[in-house]
Design a protein around this ligand. Structure first.
Ligand code: GAR
Length: 188
C-alpha cells in the first residue's frame, strides 16, 4: 500500500478530488491531511471522508513536528495541494523526489515566491498570455523549480478576467491532478 499525505492551506478542492479519487483505487491511500491553518476547510473535508486531519503552528513547522508526523504515519508521498509555505530542506531530504506540488500556471512562467492562487491568474492576464494551464512537479529547495511530472494547458481569451482564468485552470486541476498523483504513487 502506498501512503499519501496531503498538505494544504485553504479550501482544499484539489485535496478533496485526490481523497475521493484514491478511495476508488487499489494499492494507494490518503492517510493524513495537514494544514498550517486551523480553520482551513480542507481539514473538515478530510474528516468527513474518514481521513485523519490536523493543523500545525508556525513553531511546529519550524521545529520538525510535521516531518515527525509524516514519518510516524509511514508516508510514501507528500502532496502539496494549495500549500503556501516553503518546504524546509529537512523535509525535502527526508522525502527525496517524493513531494509533489501543483502550480496553477505553465511553469517556468508565473512561478516563484509570492506566486500563488489569484496572484498567478492576475499575472497571466497582465502578461497578455493566450494560454495558461497547470504544472505538476516534484519539489526541491527552490519554489516551483523541481522536475515536471505533468502539464496541461487551456486558452486565455481576450475577454477573460482573472476569475475566468482561475475557473478554467481549476477545471484542469480537478480533471488531472488526482490521476497524476495516483499514477506517481503506484509507480514507486
Ligand atoms: C490551486 O489552484 C493550486 O494550484 C494553487 O492553490 C490552489 C488551491 O486550491 N497552488 C498554488 O498557487 C501554489 N503555488 P484548492 O485549495 O481549492 O485546492
Amino acid at each position: 500500500m502506498r501512503r499519501i499525505a496531503i498538505l494544504a492551506s485553504g479550501t482544499g478542492s484539489n485535496a478533496e478530488c485526490i481523497m475521493r479519487h484514491v478511495q476508488g483505487v487499489d494499492g494507494v491511500e490518503v492517510c493524513l491531511v495537514l494544514s498550517n491553518r486551523s480553520q482551513a476547510p480542507v481539514l473538515e473535508k478530510a474528516q468527513s471522508l474518514g481521513i485523519r486531519a490536523e493543523s500545525f503552528t508556525k513553531e511546529q513547522w519550524a521545529s520538525g513536528h510535521v516531518l515527525q508526523l509524516l514519518c510516524v504515519a509511514e508516508v510514501d508521498v507528500v502532496v502539496l495541494a494549495g500549500f503556501l509555505l516553503l518546504v524546509p530542506p529537512a523535509l525535502i531530504e527526508a522525502f527525496p523526489d517524493r513531494i509533489i506540488n501543483i502550480h496553477p500556471a505553465l511553469l517556468p512562467k508565473h512561478g516563484g515566491k509570492g506566486m500563488y492562487g489569484m496572484n498567478v491568474h492576475r499575472a497571466v492576464k497582465e502578461a497578455g498570455d493566450t494560454e495558461t494551464g497547470i504544472t505538476v512537479h516534484l519539489v526541491n529547495a527552490e519554489y516551483d523549480k523541481g522536475r515536471v511530472l505533468f502539464r496541461a494547458s487551456c486558452p486565455v481569451l481576450p475577454t477573460d478576467t482573472p476569475d475566468d482564468i482561475a475557473h478554467r485552470v481549476q477545471q484542469l486541476e480537478h480533471r488531472h491532478f488526482a490521476e497524476v498523483v495516483c499514477g506517481f504513487a503506484l509507480g514507486l
